[in-house]
Design a protein around this ligand. Structure first.
Ligand code: SAH
Length: 215
C-alpha cells in the first residue's frame, strides 16, 4: 500500500467511525493519528481499516474500533490521568489511550504480544506507555492508585484487586460475563462509600485468564 492509499484508507476509517456515532474530536484525532494498520499484521492486514475485530498472534483479537471508541469514551480520560489497561493484545487500545492520558500502563499475559506491542509503540514514538508481561487481574499494586482502569478481556465479575487499585472518583470499564455467552460492558465509578455500576451494552471479548501464558 502506498502512503497515499494508506491516508485514504485512514480517512475512510474515520468516516466509518463518525457514521457509527463517534463524535468527540479529540478521540477522532487519536484514531486518525494511531494507524490501526500497524497493529494488524499477516493474513488480515488488508482489513485493518474495517470496523471489525480481527485475529492477532497467540489466538487473541484486536477489538472492533467502534468498541474501542465506546470504551474509551466511557472511561472519560483527562490529560492528567494515569490509566491501567489489562489485556494489551495488539497494543491498539493502549496507543489510543496514550493520546488522551498522561500515562498508560498496560499488562498482558502473552510475552509475544508484549514484545510486538512495544515495537509498535517505539515506531510511533509513544513514550508514555509502559507495557508489561503479567497477570493483569492483580493489577499493578506498585503503581496504584489509578485514575482509570480498562479491562479488555471478559471477567466473571469486576476483579477485586482492580477495584481496590482505583482511586475514589475513578472509573473502570470492564466486560463482565462468561465466555461464549453475551457479556455486558460495565462502567464502574468508585465512590467514597461504595461503587456505582452502569451497564453500557452487550459485547463479546476473549476471557480474562489466570496466570502467564506459555508464549
Ligand atoms: N486491548 C487489545 C485487545 C485485547 S484482547 C487490543 O487493543 O488489541 C484481550 C487480551 O487480554 C488478550 O491478548 C489476552 O491474552 C489478554 N488477557 C487475558 N487474560 C489476561 C490477564 N489475566 N492478564 C493480562 N492479560 C490478559
Amino acid at each position: 500500500m502506498t502512503d497515499e492509499e494508506r491516508r485514504e484508507q485512514i480517512m475512510r476509517f474515520i468516516y466509518t467511525l463518525r457514521s457509527r456515532g463517534v463524535t468527540d474530536p479529540v478521540l477522532l484525532r487519536a484514531f486518525e493519528k494511531i494507524d490501526r494498520g500497524l497493529f494488524v499484521t499477516g493474513f488480515f492486514a488488508d482489513r485493518a481499516y474495517e470496523d471489525t475485530p480481527l485475529p492477532i498472534a497467540c489466538g487473541q483479537t484486536i477489538s472492533q474500533p467502534s468498541v474501542v471508541a465506546l470504551m474509551t469514551e466511557a472511561l472519560e480520560v483527562t490529560p492528567r490521568d494515569k490509566v491501567l489497561e489489562v489485556g494489551t493484545g495488539s497494543g491498539y487500545q493502549a496507543a489510543i489511550l496514550s493520546q488522551l492520558a498522561r500515562r498508560v500502563y498496560t499488562v498482558e499475559r502473552h510475552r509475544t504480544l508484549i514484545a510486538e506491542a512495544r515495537a509498535v509503540f517505539e515506531r510511533l514514538d509513544l513514550h508514555n506507555i509502559t507495557a508489561m508481561a503479567g497477570d493483569g487481574s492483580f493489577g499493578l499494586p506498585d503503581q496504584a492508585p489509578f485514575d482509570r482502569i480498562i479491562v479488555t478481556a471478559a471477567a466473571e465479575d469486576p476483579p477485586g484487586p482492580l477495584l481496590a487499585q482505583l482511586r475514589v472518583g475513578g472509573i473502570m470499564v470492564v466486560p463482565v460475563g462468561l465466555q461464549d455467552s453475551v457479556q455486558s460492558l460495565i462502567k464502574v465509578r468508585k465512590l467514597e462509600n461504595g461503587y456505582d455500576y452502569e451497564e453500557l451494552r452487550d459485547v463479546r471479548f476473549v476471557p480474562l485468564l489466570e496466570g502467564m501464558a506459555k508464549d
